[in-house]
Design a protein around this ligand. Structure first.
Ligand SMILES: [Zn+2]
Length: 352
């Protein structure tokens, strides 16, 4: 059963990636599943295109775009949201021009400010005469600290925490990630939105489950009305974890076993000559034997369900950051030298 689910989701993921790549003017390089016939057809199409004049000028930069949860379409009159993607933007330190939205040490403040403006425009949408909303960020600390804004917060240093909830129009709650899981919530009935940063530490502290509880407590939301979107993050395919993580989850969740899978190294040479590779690694960091991988997306989906949100109200992106560094930033896949994506949500200002 889990194997079947994996297969289906891999297919979905491929479709999602193809759609996104074509939206930003890119395309996948080699794909094993491509048939020789399809490859030949593409090659002849490429040859034909190379002859035409338009192909003489290759597109150097991709336009920035955002990913949206289709589920939120029904709330588009009330709520604006978007998950940023990597291509486009002013940043060049991380390879091709990218939309880095975090003030990382290697990027300039000017670039990030410009990228944020582009992102905000994409998320908020163009509105004639309307003021563009204000982007609100947090000093993220891998906690379960959640802030409630019932009025517009004063400008200044960002508050420390990993979640915020508001019913104030004209602000965009933004979470920054590069592997951790961003979770956006909206109650279109009560006009309340929330954003959470769920890495393994936040997840084990149940930040998302607590967040839904706070929405109900502070704003009278009914979980049955809440829509949830789990954005791109590192998936179980790439997220090998150590004993500390396994033990923490084991102590917190009765279902923790369902969140972990054992992944065996499929390299036949390593399997046959394990001693050759043993010495190449620091003690305790051996890659030999099965590794344990954590499914953070499933962990957060469980919390949303446990908080009372119906399964059909939950959407999760099939994109793994570590598998798709062409489209997304991945802290782990890029050994820490990478940019930050943003996941933002806000209430639409009512027209007067
Ligand atoms: Zn992956």
């Amino acid at each position: 059963m889990p194997a079947l689910r994996k297969k289906a989701s891999a297919k979905e993921s491929t479709k999602e990636v193809d759609r996104l790549l074509s939206a930003v003017g890119l395309k996948h390089g080699t794909r094993k599943t491509r048939t020789p016939k399809a490859r030949a057809a593409q090659q002849s199409a490429e040859k034909a295109a190379a002859k035409s004049k338009s192909a003489a000028k290759p597109r150097l930069t991709a336009a920035a775009t955002v990913l949206r949860a289709p589920l939120f379409e029904q709330a588009s009159e009330v709520v604006r949201h978007g998950f940023s993607l990597r291509p486009g933007g002013k940043t060049s330190v991380y390879g091709k021009p990218s939309l880095n939205l975090g003030f990382t040490p290697s990027d300039s403040k000017t670039n990030v400010a410009s990228n944020r403006k582009v992102f905000l425009g994409l998320v908020a949408g163009k509105r004639s005469g309307g003021k563009s909303p204000e982007l609100l960020c947090l000093q993220q600390i891998h906690s379960d600290l959640i802030h409630i804004f019932k009025k517009k917060p004063k400008a200044g240093k960002p508050l420390s925490g990993d979640g915020f909830i508001t019913n104030v129009p004209g602000v965009m709650l933004a979470i920054q990630t590069a592997d951790c899981i961003p979770v956006l919530l909206a109650d279109p009935k009560r006009k309340v939105v929330a954003a959470f940063h769920a890495g393994w530490r936040g997840t084990v502290k149940r930040i998302v489950e607590k967040g839904v509880g706070r929405m109900c407590l502070e704003f009278g939301c009914d979980p049955a009305d809440i829509l949830a979107a789990i954005g791109p993050g590192i998936h179980a395919c790439c997220y090998a974890v150590g004993d500390e993580v396994i033990n923490e989850f084991g102590s917190q969740f009765t279902y923790s076993k369902e969140l972990f899978t054992e992944v065996h190294d499929l390299d036949p040479i390593k399997e046959k000559y394990p001693l050759l590779f043993l010495t190449a690694r620091a003690p305790g960091h051996s890659n030999l034997g099965p590794q344990t991988h954590l499914d953070l997306v499933e962990a957060n989906r469980r919390q949303l369900l446990d908080a009372g949100i119906p399964a059909e109200n939950i959407w999760a992106s099939e994109l793994c950051t570590s598998c798709h560094t062409d489209l997304l930033f991945s802290h782990r896949a890029e050994q820490g030298f990478t940019g930050r994506m943003m996941s933002a949500i806000g209430i639409v200002t009512s027209r007067r």
